[in-house]
Design a binder for this molecule. Structure first.
Ligand SMILES: CC(C)(COP(=O)(O)OP(=O)(O)OC[C@H]1O[C@@H](n2cnc3c(N)ncnc32)[C@H](O)[C@@H]1OP(=O)(O)O)[C@@H](O)C(=O)NCCC(=O)NCCS
Length: 170
């Protein structure tokens, strides 16, 4: 990556061989990017989810897109069903360069093409400003139990523009 002055950010569908790297991205992302809002025990409990078999199964069965920088995977997003963003993680070494925005925009378009009128996400506290900036508004606060720790998040929702229509609210 460093050989290129401006490594290109791109998107592609996930391949089965991406699974271990995506788990590593999730693990590092949680441990390094969420410390302002969650304590070390909560971060460890959340990061451990990355290694779980259920996570690999979700990556494989959900609609999962991978962001690459200079060809190397640096982040991913997954859509559960037609209308729920499940996982969104960008590697700490690659945050703040627009990968998250690119992934979210692409999944919104794919969800819309699948007929979704709105998207929801259970946004972690650290990611709440990111989703707000992209048009999501808070619906309710939640507490979820992960590997023996309780973590808070917020269900957020965004109406998608109707496919082919000129009005933004669905
Ligand atoms: C939320 C997350 C996916 C955003 O990914 P990203 O690639 O950094 O997203 P973007 O680059 O599109 O936007 C990040 C914003 O933070 C800003 N930013 C600046 N410095 C930053 C830094 N060191 N780290 C993160 N963001 C930074 C960016 O400039 C950008 O703001 P802008 O759009 O006003 O310019 C990423 O931070 C992440 O993986 N967080 C931890 C895991 C998590 O909470 N996931 C959500 C689960 S619901």
């Amino acid at each position: 990556m460093s050989a290129q002055a401006h490594p290109t950010l791109a998107l592609r569908p996930m391949l089965p061989s991406d699974t271990p790297l995506l788990a590593e991205i999730m693990h590092e992302s949680v441990l390094e990017l969420t410390g302002d809002d969650y304590n070390a025990e909560q971060q460890e409990a959340w990061a451990a989810v990355a290694e779980e078999r259920e996570t690999a199964e979700k990556l494989a069965t959900q609609l999962t897109l991978v962001a690459t920088l200079g060809g190397s995977p640096i982040g991913f997003i997954s859509l559960a069903g037609a209308d729920r963003v499940d996982m969104l993680y960008v590697h700490p070494a690659a945050v703040g360069q627009g990968a998250g925005a690119m992934l979210l925009d692409a999944i919104e378009k794919l969800a819309n093409a699948r007929g979704a009128a709105a998207l929801t996400v259970e946004a972690s506290d650290n990611a709440l400003p990111f989703f707000q900036k992209h048009g999501y508004s808070g619906q309710q606060r939640n507490s979820v139990s992960l590997n023996g720790e309780w973590l808070t998040n917020t269900t957020m929702k965004k109406a998608l523009a109707l496919k082919g229509g000129s009005h933004g609210q669905a």
